[in-house]
Design a binder for this molecule. Sequence first.
Ligand code: ZN
Length: 160
Amino acid sequence: MSLDNLRDLYQQVILERYKKPRHRGKADPVDRYQRGHNPSCGDTIELTLHLSSPEGDATDPLLQQIEEVKFDGEGCAISMASADLMAEALRGKTVAEALDMVQRFQSMMRGEAEFPKDLRKLNVMQGVAQFPVRIKCANLSWHTLKAALESAQTAEPVGW
Ligand code: ZN
């Protein structure tokens, strides 16, 4: 496949995710809630996570497993597609694995890394690295996820 065709394919995936997101909504129950905003583009995201503790080890927060991630918000195609792809990729991962993925995604946006085969869907965002002004759009959901995972367990925010 030529580079141009590959780029078209990536754009198609991003637009399709933007138009028909698969993970919009609110996790049930909500174990983590985090809001993120990217002022340079006006993207806003509200992320909700449902976590579970492994049998017999409820004490190590890094071993908690992500059961469900949902997002809501308004923004450009890149920010919303990135959130949808992220929500999908996180299902079943531990908090420790998810934090590694945040780092890898941010490296990918600097053109320094990509995801291995089992997470290769996330590599469609790679093309964004060529457009510095859009990198914050792609990073928003991951940045928000990191904050959500590093925050203490939160009660549901007022108004939800
Ligand atoms: Zn944006």
